[in-house]
Ligand binder design. Structure first.
Ligand SMILES: [Mg+2]
Length: 122
């Protein structure tokens, strides 16, 4: 079974770039454009990795991290956000995110993070 990455972001461009990175790594990508949709998909699809935007139309991504972690404390969530902000970084890690990548990102940085999370998940 292919390993899955759930991409939660409201921007199509970001979703398609992340999707392409997943495909190159042989990972299945599933996408959600809102926190609510993402949380629902997390429960039905059980992805190994989640990427989380902070600015989402319906909820702050950090709140969404807390919800997913409350459903599954072992969830591995990588923040991928335009917010290059120390407070948001600290808050995200406190909420249970395992990495924090600032947009615009270098695809190598994302690949490294995915591979790291995979290793930790095994
Ligand atoms: Mg956004």
């Amino acid at each position: 079974m292919k390993r899955k990455v759930l991409i939660i972001d409201d921007l199509e461009l970001v979703k398609s770039v992340l999707k392409r990175i997943c495909e190159k790594l042989g990972l299945e990508a599933i996408t959600a454009g809102s926190a609510e949709e993402g949380i629902a998909l997390y429960q039905t699809a059980s992805p190994q990795i989640v990427t989380m935007d902070i600015t989402l139309p319906d909820m702050n991504g950090i709140e969404a991290v807390k919800k997913i972690k409350s459903l599954d404390p072992s969830a591995r969530i990588i923040m991928i956000t335009g917010a290059d902000d120390r407070d948001k970084l600290a808050e995200s890690l406190k909420a249970g995110a395992c990495d924090y990548i600032v947009k615009p990102f270098d695809s190598e940085r994302v690949v490294r993070s995915f591979l790291n999370q995979m290793k930790n998940k095994l």
